[in-house]
Design a protein around this ligand. Structure first.
Ligand code: KG4
Ligand code: ZN
Length: 347
């Protein structure tokens, strides 16, 4: 049997994504971003994002079909992000997917955005050995997951107790006067800085914290520490060494993410690890985790950076796994769920 041909639609935040895959083979991944419209606000404005999804949806769909050289009639199923995300943004994708599915009379699957960030790696590295540990690091979420089956069994073993890693990048960029989104600009600024210049705190790594929060993260203390450090410098009338602050902040984030991730692998005796989400595109996180995984005898899978940030291919990739697992379609009677838990892969 040939593998299922799936169209995936993503609209949970500020990227309108349409991807097409056949099983684990990527055929098209078209993304229209509204980021430029949000830059002056320093973060995503939900109403602006929703309007942009509405305008970008059809052109993005047409581009994806053209690139993949696929006709809508050939599709086996359609998958769409049902949550989590901004509800007004999600409903645009969900409505588009329902319209397509009912017009084409094809099965429709409402799937989980976070599980999509994990599933996208299959497009680069093939079927996922299980169990695997997944580090999910995005703008809204930071979690450690145990994946026993990508379509049916994802368990959260830890998560952030305050800010997400991407959110910390965005906030620190803002206080350094850098643009939005902060991740890529800090990554770039850090390249010329000294990661050892300032020793910023590593959240939830003290012995007493590890007892209760071994696999949990906290980035709000780090963000405050950076803000205080910058403020003190400014009050003293001195220049802020942006590259050094960026590199030192990034080192603190990547250090704690990688230490806790490798600890989860070692503790649970799982030697397969993968990363996903926008922050998984970060050059230092990729390098440090790969060093530490190798030292611990853990096999690390890193999707190419362009697949780490939000896109439609990740939703199509997850849809293909859900179809292959024989799960029932979601029907047309589901809505957008802004707080969909990662354990619910399919609605
Ligand atoms: O997964 P994603 O595209 O959207 C959400 O689901 O939130 O992640 C976006 C986040 C933003 O906070 C952005 O600053 C961060 O990912 N990001 C990065 C990098 N590229 C994007 N963070 C660190 N380094 C990067 N290279
Ligand atoms: Zn995302």
């Amino acid at each position: 049997m040939t593998e299922p041909l799936i169209l995936g639609i993503e609209s949970s935040c500020d990227e309108t994504g349409v991807g097409i895959v056949r099983g684990t083979q990527l055929l098209a991944n078209e993304v229209a971003s509204s980021v430029d419209l949000h830059v002056r606000f320093g973060g995503v404005v939900p109403e602006v994002a929703s309007r942009a999804h509405l305008e970008a949806m059809l052109p993005t769909l047409h581009r994806a079909l053209k690139v993949a050289e696929v006709d809508l009639s050939e599709l086996d199923a359609i998958a769409v992000t049902a949550g989590p995300g901004l509800v007004g943004a999600l409903v645009i994708g969900v409505a588009a997917a329902k319209a397509l599915a009912s017009y084409l009379n094809k099965p429709l699957y409402g799937v989980n955005h976070l599980a999509g960030h994990v599933a996208v790696d299959l497009l680069d590295h093939g079927p996922l050995p299980t169990p695997s540990i997944a580090l999910l690091v995005s703008g809204g979420h930071t979690s450690l997951l145990r994946v026993d089956d990508i379509a049916t069994s994802i368990t959260e073993i830890g998560s952030t107790i305050d800010d997400a890693a991407g959110e910390a990048y965005d906030k620190v960029a803002r206080l350094l006067g850098l643009s939005y989104p902060g991740g890529p600009v800090i990554d770039k600024a850090a390249a010329t800085g000294d990661p050892k210049a300032i020793r910023f705190p590593r959240g939830l790594t003290a012995r007493h914290d590890l007892e209760r929060h071994r696999y949990d993260f906290s980035f709000s203390g780090l963000k405050t520490a950076v803000a205080r450090w910058v403020e003190t410098r400014q009050l003293d009338g001195e220049d802020v060494p942006v590259a050094d602050v960026a590199a030192s902040f990034q080192e603190a984030v990547c250090d704690v993410l990688s230490v806790k991730t490798i600890a989860a692998c070692t503790d649970m005796g799982v030697d397969q690890l993968l990363i996903g989400g926008g922050v998984a595109a970060n050059s230092r996180l990729r390098a440090l985790l790969s060093e530490r995984a190798e030292a611990a005898g853990v096999q690390l899978r890193r999707p190419r950076p362009a697949l780490c940030t939000d896109n439609g291919a990740m939703i199509a990739a997850l849809g293909a796994q859900v179809v292959a697992a024989g799960l029932p379609p979601s029907g047309l009677d589901f809505g957008a769920t802004s707080g969909l838990p990662v354990s619910q892969v399919c609605v």
